[in-house]
Design a protein around this ligand. Structure first.
Ligand code: SF4
Ligand SMILES: [Zn+2]
Ligand SMILES: [Zn+2]
Length: 301
């Protein structure tokens, strides 16, 4: 297969077009730069945190931002849940590449923030679905870290696959109100205690971030977290991938139409108050994380 832009051999096919290495990198970086510009994701001089798990997506994002913007304004943040045999390996990878890219990094652990590692918490409390508590703790920890480091924006490496999956998941089993979280910039006007999230890779396919990582010498761990469960999200993900194979452009259509819906219906964020224990934004008197901490004996009421 030949590149759609030149005579060279193509290495990837995206939405009915083929690209050689050079034209793929050009398309990739231009797409991310256009997303940043069109949605005004950040301004010159702003301090940007990158949520860095040590995986291919977040390392690609860090590499890309450091290549095009002021490295001194970029900070890498890693959350250490405390999952032996998994997170310790990804942290080693994160350190290796983040140092190579030349960006400063910070690690925040559940143990320090909440008083216990995830694996101990799961063992002691016989937690059946660790991802629920882990997801909640991670969102909290990232926001805590971003506030602590005085960041203006927090960039995550969500791609077109992640975003289209979330949209379909929200339609199937969650609340359509969660459409407020759709789009490349989230939480800009939500609450001063929240550091806004931005997603520069939101219009790039997962296979593109994977290839971009390989081209730039980033090799991530292939083992999944031991607590990963193949639930409904996995089914949705497989379905969307098949749909994209048969009807290229489907993922982009899902995302673009969901953004239109979000804008048309002007979904409002829930009104939040302050958690009376930790002071972080909460829809109830006590936030979700403090409720978990009370339930698991990490806090007394
Ligand atoms: S797979 Fe679940 S438990 Fe593992 S890091 Fe992700 S959210 Fe946490
Ligand atoms: Zn080409
Ligand atoms: Zn709280």
């Amino acid at each position: 297969m030949k590149c759609s832009e030149c005579e060279n051999k193509a290495i990837i096919e995206i939405e009915n077009r083929a690209f050689c290495k050079e034209h793929f990198v050009k398309r990739f970086e231009e797409t991310a730069l256009k997303t940043i510009e069109e949605f005004n994701l950040f301004n010159k001089g702003e301090k940007i945190g990158v949520a860095n798990s040590g995986g291919k997506d977040s390392l690609s994002l860090l590499y890309f931002l450091a290549k095009y913007f002021d490295k001194d304004k970029i900070i890498s943040i890693t959350i250490d849940e405390g999952i032996p045999g998994y997170r310790d390996k990804t942290i080693e990878i994160m350190k290796k590449y983040t140092e190579k890219i030349g960006v400063n990094y910070y690690i925040f652990s559940y143990k320090d923030l909440f008083g216990e590692s995830l694996s101990n918490l799961v063992k002691k409390n016989k937690i059946k679905i660790p991802c629920e508590v882990c997801g909640s703790f991670r969102r909290y920890a990232l926001n805590y870290a971003a506030k602590k480091l005085n960041l203006d924006k927090l960039a995550t490496a969500h791609n077109l696959d992640d975003e289209s999956e979330s949209i379909v998941m929200n339609l199937i089993q969650k609340d359509i109100q969660r459409f407020v979280r759709i789009g490349p910039n989230v939480g800009i006007e939500e609450n001063e205690m929240f550091v806004p999230r931005i997603k520069p890779f939101m219009f790039l396919h997962e296979k593109e971030t994977m290839l971009y990582a390989i081209i730039n010498g980033i090799y991530a761990l292939h083992e999944p977290c031991p607590y990963t469960r193949f639930g409904i999200r996995h089914e949705v993900s497989e379905w969307i991938k098949r749909l994209e194979d048969y009807y290229p452009g489907s993922k982009k259509n899902i995302v673009n139409n969901a953004i239109k819906l979000k804008n048309k219906f002007n979904f409002e964020s829930k009104k939040l108050s302050k958690c009376k224990i930790c002071g972080f934004p909460s829809s109830g008197e006590i936030c979700e994380v403090c409720n978990y901490r009370i339930a698991y004996g990490l806090l007394t009421k």
